[in-house]
Design a binder for this molecule. Structure first.
Ligand SMILES: Cc1cc2nc3c(=O)[nH]c(=O)nc-3n(C[C@H](O)[C@H](O)[C@H](O)COP(=O)(O)OP(=O)(O)OC[C@H]3O[C@@H](n4cnc5c(N)ncnc54)[C@H](O)[C@@H]3O)c2cc1C
Length: 570
């Protein structure tokens, strides 16, 4: 019934070609499934390639006392005890195997003098735990996974954006997409689908994220009927570039602090001693981001409104070897030599802890046949992610999602796609060309980013969150009248208009959840509820579609078994 559109059929369709998507594709192939991977940009250009500091795994190469139990404890403590305990356990137990497997597939990590994998310190990790390749770890990871996947025979559909999921008798059945270059439409038929589309950072003005991070996978899953959880937990990384204005938000890796970088205010004071005297610069990201924000607000900020981060006390050749990207980034973009003096840094929207609700064992969502992994999924990181725990998350749960998606596709009956639904998906996409008059999508995006920055940022308060909901409702109305000029041939304005629909769904979910959670926990800081509340510690916020309305409810945080509770007591 969908012959009108170019159609591709696979057992498993993976949406997203970052670490999570590629790892899922490799595993599904291993199940004998035919696998298609669709990605918005070119293969190899996902966010994963931007990862700098490293991948967390308790290999104990540098600190032999490390083990999965300590990694588990750190992850739960960093997530402020609201994580899905089983995901945290699986992640801590399996990440070492996944790193070693990556090495067998050809990844070359930095080494200790005795030839083991070198591991560095990062905030919130008790031991030196981050396996790395200088500050270009993501590049090595994606190169390795990509080589492996292509060698095994994944079909890749590049520069192709998925806009809708189809269901058939309560199971996922396929997806609607358009080719970014030609604007042509395509239909993908599949018995299992893995969402691995990453986060939503492009909805905030100051962000370390690229144009690809518009929350598509979370919106696709939500529209198809799956649940989202923990949407209030958005991570602001403490150290983004702040000067010059054109580079504001670009990430300054935590590896700078991991390698011994110090933070000072305009008075030269190492202010972290007032916020976390024990861990200082290696405190968790939520604490350091709030500390810098507070220093600036109280008049002790750096020249351009941030803090000074200095690594120049280390030998210049060491800095250039361990932090080559940072060295070039500051030299080229800010004319600052980080081997000679400090960088200026400030918080930047970085990572989404919330996302699609998944089963810990299989990564299946609440919609049969639909799986999610990586930054698009939720549960592992709770209220705050530790640095390095994302790359390991991609490998551990990408693998599990691919395994379960492949097995389930084999068992599932054939699915079909309703032609009317495909028609509706197409009409939705062409509507902005058909209006006589209407607003430019760039204006709506600019206003959305500013409002999210101002009203749903590091510190939140009821009046701002209510105001944000009113603003988002008005953006929905404006988007319904958006006009795009030109043709469907590579048209970035049209692409943005499509992305905006996802961004509005996801920012609404974030704001509703942030308003509901009347406490402060991890990355969610309420000025009007500054304390952590034990009752809220027992609840996850859940978002679900009910007709055209967004429904918010709470579900109990799964109870941790006694033996794991004892690990936390230690
Ligand atoms: C600058 C930077 C540095 C970082 N450093 C680290 C680090 O050192 N350690 C660490 O653990 N974490 C780090 N992170 C976080 C980590 O890189 C990401 O969380 C992780 O890479 C996300 O991987 P993913 O596979 O979930 O998504 P991604 O790698 O972002 O891949 C998403 C994929 O989905 C595709 N996609 C999106 N929407 C659609 C759509 N509608 N249709 C089709 N395809 C779509 C994209 O094209 C892309 O291929 C860093 C992040 C940034 C931004």
């Amino acid at each position: 019934m969908t012959e009108k559109y170019e159609t591709h059929e696979h057992d498993v369709l993976v949406i997203g070609a970052g670490g999570a998507g590629l790892r899922a594709a490799i595993e599904a192939l291993g199940q004998g499934a035919s696998v298609g991977v669709v990605c918005k940009s070119l293969l190899g250009k996902a966010h994963t390639v931007m990862a700098e500091g490293g991948i967390a795994a308790s290999l104990g190469c540098v600190d032999p006392a490390d083990n999965w139990k300590v990694h588990f404890r750190d992850t739960i403590a960093g997530g402020k005890f609201i994580n899905n305990w089983r995901m945290a356990q699986i992640h801590a137990q399996e990440s070492s195997d996944r790193v070693q497997e990556l090495e067998q597939w050809g990844a070359l990590f930095d080494r200790t003098p005795s030839g083991d994998i070198l591991q560095r310190a990062f905030g919130g990790h008790t031991y030196k735990r981050l396996c790395h390749v200088g500050d270009r770890t993501g590049l090595e990871m994606i190169r390795t996974l990509q080589d492996r996947g292509v060698q095994l025979g994944i079909d890749v559909y590049m520069e192709c954006t998925v806009t809708r999921l189809f269901t058939d008798r309560g199971r996922v059945a396929g997806a609607f997409a358009y080719w970014r270059e030609s604007g042509r439409f395509a239909v993908f038929k599949a018995k299992s689908i893995v969402i691995a589309t990453g986060g939503i950072g492009k909805a905030w003005r100051i962000t370390s994220n690229s144009w690809e991070y518009t929350g598509d996978g979370m919106a696709l899953a939500y529209q198809a009927g799956a649940e989202l959880i923990d949407m209030e937990f958005v991570q602001f990384h403490p150290t983004g570039m702040i000067w010059p204005p054109g580079v504001q938000g670009i990430l300054v890796t935590e590896a700078v602090r991991g390698e011994g970088g110090t933070l000072t205010n305009k008075e030269g004071e190492r202010f972290m001693k007032r916020y976390d005297p024990e861990k200082m610069e290696l405190s968790t990201r939520d604490v350091v981001a709030r500390a810098i924000y507070t220093e600036v607000k109280e008049g002790r900020g750096s020249e351009h409104g941030g803090a000074y981060l200095d690594i120049s006390h280390k030998p210049a050749d060491y800095v250039i070897r361990k932090l080559p990207s940072m060295y070039h980034q500051f030299k080229d973009l800010a004319d600052v030599d980080i081997t000679k003096g400090p960088m200026e840094v400030g918080p930047t929207c970085h990572y989404m802890m919330g996302g699609v609700r998944v089963d810990a064992e299989t990564a299946e969502t609440t919609l049969p046949g639909l799986y999610a992994a990586g930054e698009a999924a939720a549960g592992l990181h709770g209220a705050n992610r530790l640095g390095g725990n994302s790359l390991s998350d991609l490998l551990v749960f990408g693998r599990r999602a691919g395994l379960a998606a492949g097995a389930s596709a084999k068992r599932a009956a054939s699915v079909s796609i309703d032609a009317d639904e495909a028609e509706r998906a197409a009409r939705e996409l062409t509507a902005p060309f058909e209006r006589e008059t209407g607003e430019d999508p760039y204006a709506i995006h600019r206003d959305l980013e500013q409002k999210m920055q101002d009203l749903v940022g590091i510190f939140r308060v009821e009046a701002d969150l209510k105001q944000a909901l009113t603003e988002i409702a008005s953006f929905h109305r404006r988007l319904a009248q958006v006009k795009v000029t030109g043709s469907r041939l590579f048209n970035p304005g049209w692409h943005l208009a499509i992305d905006l629909a996802a961004m509005l769904t996801v920012t609404e979910a974030v704001t509703r959840s942030a308003l509901a959670r009347q406490e402060s926990r991890g990355a969610h800081s309420r000025i009007d509820f500054p304390k952590t509340d034990a009752e809220w510690g027992k609840k996850n916020n859940v978002i679900r579609r009910d007709g055209d309305a967004m429904k918010l409810s709470q579900s109990p945080v799964p109870e941790m078994p006694q033996d794991l509770k004892q690990l936390l007591e230690k």
